[in-house]
Design a protein around this ligand. Sequence first.
Ligand code: MV4
Length: 593
Amino acid sequence: MFDKVLVANRGEIAVRVMRACEDLGVDTVAVYSEADKHGGHTRYADEAYNIGPARAADSYLDHDAVIEAAEKSGADAIHPGYGFLAENAEFARTVEETAGLTWIGPSAESMEQLGEKTNARRLMNEAGVPIVPGTTEPVEEVEAVRTFGEENGYPIAIKAEGGGGGRGMKIVHEPEEAEDQLEAAKREGEAYFDNDSVYLERYLERPRHIEVQILADEHGNVRHLGERDCSLQRRHQKVIEEGPSPALDDDLREEIGEAARRGVAESAYVNAGTVEFLVENGEFYFLEVNTRIQVEHCVTEELTGIDIVKWQLRVAAGEELTFEQSDVELDGHAIEFRINAENAADGFAPASGGSLTTYDPPGGIGVRLDDALRQGEDLVTDYDSMVAKLIVHGKDREECIARSKRALAEYDIEGIVTIIPFHRLMLDDETFVAGDHSTKYLDEELDRSRLEEAQAKWGTETVDGDDDSVVEREFTVEVNGKRFEVNLEDRSGALATGGSAPSRPASGGSDNSGGSERSVPADGEVIAAEMQGTILDVNVEAGDTVEAGDVICVLEAMKMENDVVAERGGTVSEVAVESGQSVDQGDVLVVLE
Ligand code: MV4
């Protein structure tokens, strides 16, 4: 086993991997960007190295910076998590070729082999795994698309060779569209993957997305750990995953699992991986292989009791899988809810900032939380919006749904918007509860107004509200010894912001974790920073008279310049910042009399 593992990732997955290291007695190394100086993964690790600015290209994606941190720390292996460098064959090869370092994942060669989609299709086809009817060689000419249509019918999917995750796929409904869509698919392939090669598949209209978890060692053992159903997606982003799939019966389950195992066994693949399928009308078709640990691996861990990440480390260290396929048993049902900082009622718009004034996650039987959060932290908005995962386990789907409702109701997050209300809506949704949803359900079938209702019903007060002069506060009162929770509206906030960032009330003066420097003078009007950022310009000095609408200063945040505007007129009694200074959300900028 390794002595020390560097985790080239951030947030919940970095902590998840470090927990597996901890369980194995392996030391951990974090790398972090400027934005993650105080992040959960940075705090969790035994040692941590700053590898650059917030921009991922300059830190988490910087090959040299990650390798340098590995060498400085004396780590003997690198785990990439998911996203960032996880499926970058070039980086994997660099790690493989660096003396003293091991790549915890499939080889660069496997990644290249399976990353090229026609190659993966050919390989699966040869292993007897059903593929979506289509070509296993790239197509060049529009004639080939029309001929395919005549022989197999429409619609046709034109997919980029290097594609995946929804990018570089075009649909052709009739021969007249073939030319434009072929050109568009090639253009996207070139733009996204530096590869304009495309291939064809029959387009399935209402498929389920089913994926099979695989573990393989270098001794030729391959096991499948059952399937997950990831059909509930929004614009190719999974939001709820579960297992076993409500759409498979035991025969199909056995067949699809064995097919995945056969396909992977054929390709000399080592480590964890996922074989994706589309399922329609009782038939399954291979789609692609994901050569990484996935966000939703926890669903499978709950069902099988197998620690997949721990096994990733073990097989990377050359160990042999110690269980047979017949030892893998699926126990009950598990559902994973991605806790994204997004507003489902506003097209799932990611939160532009905020501070976790309350963070009180659920617990109890059947509840698992993978997160890297702590109350009082500011939301980091430089990366993806997923802040935590709630994974619920029960003896069957019904118990799991009931338990999920309970856990989501317990989950108390204030200060940032999340999609918890959306999840609660799904648990009351007829189609989801019946398990009848296809991959089209969220984008094409769900009524939008229900998202707004859910948000109004279950959304907590966040600093993202529309009316920027009202802050709702929760108080506990006792009346004749009985406890009541009451919400009171505080209309004393006074701040307006120009620019395009959403307006929020000043948080100076509220009881967030700011400490004494954020206290508000009783007789002044405080203008506070709406979000964390840098002061670019201060336009006033003490003694100046300002009028409503005057720009007081300019705050750069989220790569945008925001004018901080006086909502009312007055005399400047104090200027608390200077240009170039970094401020936190809620920090006092200027006091007016
Ligand atoms: C398809 C398909 C229907 N027919 N291929 C979208 C992401 C990419 N990895 C593959 N995708 C699809 N490929 C054929 N031949 C439908 C999708 C698809 C989809 C697949 C899985 C999960 C969600 C999806 C949402 C829309 C389309």
